[in-house]
Design a binder for this molecule. Sequence first.
Ligand SMILES: [Zn+2]
Length: 299
Amino acid sequence: MMNRRQLLCAGAAGATLLGRIPIARAATYDLIIRGGRVIDPSVGLDAARDVAIAGGRIAAVEANVAGDAAATIDASGKLVAPGLIDIHTHAGRSKEGPPLALQDGVTGWVDAGSGGADNIDQIAAVARGAPQIGRALVNISRVGVVPGGELNDINRANVALAQGAIARNRDVVIGVKARLSQNVAGTNDLEALRRAQEAAAPFNLPVMIHIGQSYSPMRAILPLLKRGDIVTHMYAPTPNGILDDQGRLFPDVTAARRRGVLFDFGNGTLDHFDWATVERATKQGFWPDTISTDWNVMS
Ligand SMILES: [Zn+2]
């Protein structure tokens, strides 16, 4: 919203003014963002509003905020929203990632499995040094995401190593990731997911699975998920997505949602969704719980 240069300019102007006028009244607010379309689902708000900020906190959200401010932003024609939380990114891969994500309004991100036990410490360091809140899911494969498919060799899904990675990064690691597509896991999808659950269990953490083109069907995968676990790439194209050959939602999918499994969009760059699946699923009322991006510095 406001870059460093704008903040500096506003500060300099204020100092000049104070220098000339001995008895200057302090501004009511630090910042007023005027006239934007404010969308805040937490209070059911979608309307033109002013937003006033004082002391690093939202001080007023009103149609016309009275009082002055050290700085004002004209947001007419723009959206104004609380910071966005992106639950599936790869922002932890490099220290350049988080500042880039922040420019898109992402004030909280989760790196979903870029790192496994062997390299999660680097991801965690990026998260700790990020300008916004950063968290990570540890890949059940010790090597993290790799081009050839990190679970083709099931021995890389080492429960003890994953638990060690969680234990030494408890401030950052908030779950376990398992990518189950056949080009990642071969025929190991179910065993990899079982091991992900075993790694997460003592810490009471969720597991996120990446679906689409898996070896096993959803009816075999979903029973291995517990309440609070997340299915990302929910609209992945066939084979073995959430729809049957006639385009109907599998009953197992709606049953999983009913018992608290969450379904996440996970846009991605290549083949993680197709519009036919989106249209068929949403026509049956199956909308995402969360819309994540699968963001990375190349996308
Ligand atoms: Zn991803």
